[in-house]
Write a protein that binds this ligand. Structure first.
Ligand SMILES: Nc1ccn([C@@H]2O[C@H](COP(=O)(O)OP(=O)(O)OP(=O)(O)O)[C@@H](O)[C@H]2O)c(=O)n1
Ligand SMILES: C[C@](O)(CO)[C@H](O)COP(=O)(O)O
Length: 385
């Protein structure tokens, strides 16, 4: 990628020694996803970010791959250094070939970063060489030590807590990091401040916490429980019969006296399911993503459509809750193939079979399904996002 506008650099090369979580904290599960997946997803799904580069520990390659699998816009990771400053420098070095106009530097340990704050930092960069997310200090500040107690009250007026992302023109921050004294800057804006370069402040949301101590994970779990919502999607599809000897339903080939007519493999169950998954995230329908006018999809196996919709959901950090399919057909009988269909769909989605329901009904001889002219399927799904 040459000369993109904005690349996010996510530093995730730390050991998390204060968190004492066993695994480095950025790879710990939070809800249903590792911390780093949540952080990377926030940037990879932001429309103004062109690419995302993570900086990781030299022994963390496998943990990293498992955490970000399937996310879009990800560049190959860079290897971190002995402290945050060194890791940022290595990340910026890794971007020399890409030469972005701007970079947003963010802590991998801040998984609750909002699109709103990312947009705010990008907008502020149009007026300044640097812009950081920050929170005004709202508590009374004391200078103190454990042994001696309080020395004094420090005026809090004009004090802000620096957060990330911190955004910069790439050339400016890259050069400053190359020239900086090692291990002197706890954030990146400090390098601009030291040269008297203007850095703008973007008020952040208080939820953008950095997971530093083990207790922060308890707060994080509560934040997740409060922010995730269940989205419902529903789909409906019909295919007519034509001459043939088998139908494909739910990914399972079932011998029959006819086959279903369609541009792809005409798997009416998987098509209804795809529409339901897309519907839950407001992503149009199967025809939006796989136009029947496109010869590429002629005879295609419909698990491709389901897997595509599932990827869009996981790219947003979402999770499929459950699936409920109702096949409407006089024949073939669905019951003997129900277990195989559940197994197939569970395999496509990496979902527990217990979350997949397959039902079937006839229409008592009424209508087109009753006249055995075709098969219909209704699908309902929940997506937690
Ligand atoms: N050598 C380092 C140290 C830190 N970081 C990253 O910088 C961010 C903020 O640092 P911090 O919260 O201090 O993380 P750790 O260094 O992992 O924590 P600790 O100091 O408790 O060991 C984290 O996302 C961390 O992974 C990094 O990329 N490389
Ligand atoms: C960059 C930072 O998150 C801004 O608050 C913070 O300075 C990182 O500090 P740490 O000492 O590496 O945790």
């Amino acid at each position: 990628m040459s000369n993109p506008e904005i690349i996010a650099v996510i530093v995730a090369g730390g050991k998390g020694s204060r968190a004492r979580t066993g695994l480095p904290k950025q790879y710990m599960p939070l809800g249903d996803a590792p911390v780093l997946r949540r952080t990377a997803t926030a940037f990879s799904t932001h429309p103004r970010i062109d690419a995302v580069l993570c900086v990781i520990g030299d022994e963390d390659g496998e943990l990293y791959e498992n955490s970000v699998r399937g996310l879009s816009k990800m560049l190959d990771p860079a290897i971190g250094g002995e402290n945050r400053q060194a890791s940022v420098r290595n990340g910026l070095r890794a971007l020399t070939g890409h030469s972005p106009q701007m970079v947003l530097i963010h802590d991998g340990a801040r998984p609750f970063i909002s699109h709103e704050t990312i947009t705010g930092v990008i907008e502020a960069l149009h007026q300044a060489d640097g812009a950081i997310a920050a929170l005004p200090v709202s508590d009374t500040l004391k200078r103190a030590n454990r042994a001696m107690g309080i020395e004094e009250t420090v005026p809090r007026e004009g004090l802000w807590r620096a957060q990330t992302p911190q955004g910069f023109r790439y050339e400016v921050i890259h050069n400053l990091h190359e020239d900086a004294e090692p291990g002197t800057a706890t954030d990146d804006a400090a390098l601009l401040e030291a040269r008297g370069i203007h850095v703008a402040i973007v008020p952040d949301l208080p939820t953008n916490i950095k997971l530093t101590y083990k207790e922060d994970f308890d707060v994080a779990e509560k934040l997740i429980a409060g922010t995730r919502r269940t989205h419902i999607g529903q789909g409906f599809d019909v295919h007519a019969f034509e001459d043939g000897d088998a139908v494909t339903l739910g990914g399972v080939e079932i011998p029959h006296t006819q086959k279903l007519k369609g541009h792809s493999d005409a798997d009416v169950a998987l098509h209804a399911l795809t529409d339901a998954l897309l519907g839950a995230i407001g992503e149009g329908d199967i025809g939006t993503h796989f136009p029947p006018s496109d010869e590429k999809w002629r005879g295609a196996a419909s698990h491709l459509f389901v897997e595509h919709a599932a990827k869009l959901i996981s790219d947003r950090g979402g999770e499929i809750g459950n699936i409920d399919l109702t096949l409407i057909a006089e024949a073939p009988k669905v019951g003997p193939h129900r277990a195989a269909m559940r197994e197939k769909i569970a395999g496509m989605l990496g979902l527990d079979e217990a979350r997949i329901s397959i039902k079937a009904t006839t229409t008592e001889g009424l209508g087109f399904t009753g006249r055995k002219e075709g098969i219909a399927c209704q699908a309902a799904v929940t997506v937690i996002l």
